[in-house]
Design a protein around this ligand. Structure first.
Ligand SMILES: O=C(O)CCC(=O)C(=O)O
Length: 262
């Protein structure tokens, strides 16, 4: 198994863990080629403007379908790790195709995912996490993910709007940065970073000439059904996919999938 007890301990201690090569080059190539060529994903993508006016693009959908992306989000490699980290049966909250384009891709302000999910989406417990799988190399130059190591232990902090994004209270972030290390997650395609929903994270804009694309699959504990903005997949146990992603048809997400519409 690529996911080990050591990974679990690291996740619990630091609020995140990177599992290198969780997906092979060939698997990522397949996912990426769908992503760049898919007219549905392109049509359903929307811009998110940062505080300086730069835009980052993403598409977000909730239900798992039969596409390669659905199978990827259900893949046993992800789900078995997620269930150990969450400590129970996992449901799929949503998947996001993140497209930080060369020169124009904007920043993400410091935030906890649970800052959004508690405030806007009705989840009462922080029994949630995200798994970010790099589709292209992620470097400091193209605005890789940054995390404050150990910040998940601060619990949820207040969030306010900053541009079109919600940002964590600046005073708390400044203090957190004085006490805990700031980590830049440089990743190769196929590496996956699992991070706790209360881990403070951010990313800078992409002034480079290289795209930074990734897929983020977010998971919830089945027992943590939200009380508003309810999507069935967010409390339905995942049936893990154990097949071979390379043998599956290159099927993109259907345009009738429940995309978040902005
Ligand atoms: O991948 C990134 O650059 C940041 C994404 C992020 O913070 C999020 O989706 O919550």
């Amino acid at each position: 198994m690529p996911f080990t007890t050591e990974h679990l301990h690291t996740y619990e201690r630091d609020g995140y863990v990177v599992v290198r090569n969780l997906f092979s080059e060939a698997e990522v190539e397949r996912l990426y080629s769908i992503a760049v060529g898919d007219t549905v994903l392109r049509a359903k993508s929307f811009d998110r403007t940062d505080a300086s006016g730069l835009k980052t693009k993403l598409a977000l959908w909730y239900a798992l379908d039969d596409s390669l992306y659905g199978k990827f989000a259900r893949s046993a490699r992800l789900v078995e790790g997620v269930e150990q980290m969450l400590g129970g049966r996992a449901a799929h909250y949503h998947s996001k195709l993140m497209q930080k384009e060369p020169r124009t891709g904007g920043a993400w302000e410091w935030h906890q995912d649970y800052g959004y999910w508690y405030k806007n989406n009705g989840f009462l417990f922080p029994d949630m996490l995200s798994a970010l799988t790099a589709l292209t190399p992620a470097t400091k130059e193209n605005g890789c993910l940054q995390l404050i190591k150990g910040s998940h232990r601060m619990g949820r902090i207040e969030h306010t709007f900053s541009g079109e994004q919600i940002g964590a209270e600046a005073e708390k972030v400044d203090e957190a940065l004085k006490r805990m290390p700031l980590e830049y997650l440089e990743m190769n395609p196929g590496d996956t970073a699992f991070f706790h929903c209360n881990t403070l994270h951010a990313s800078a804009a992409n002034p480079s000439d290289k795209p930074r694309w990734s897929i983020i699959t977010a998971y919830n504990l089945v027992s943590n059904k939200p009380y508003k903005d309810i999507h069935e997949s967010s409390y339905t146990p995942i049936d893990p996919y154990t097949g071979d992603l390379l043998m599956e048809p290159k099927a993109g997400i259907s345009d009738t999938a429940d995309f978040l519409v902005k």
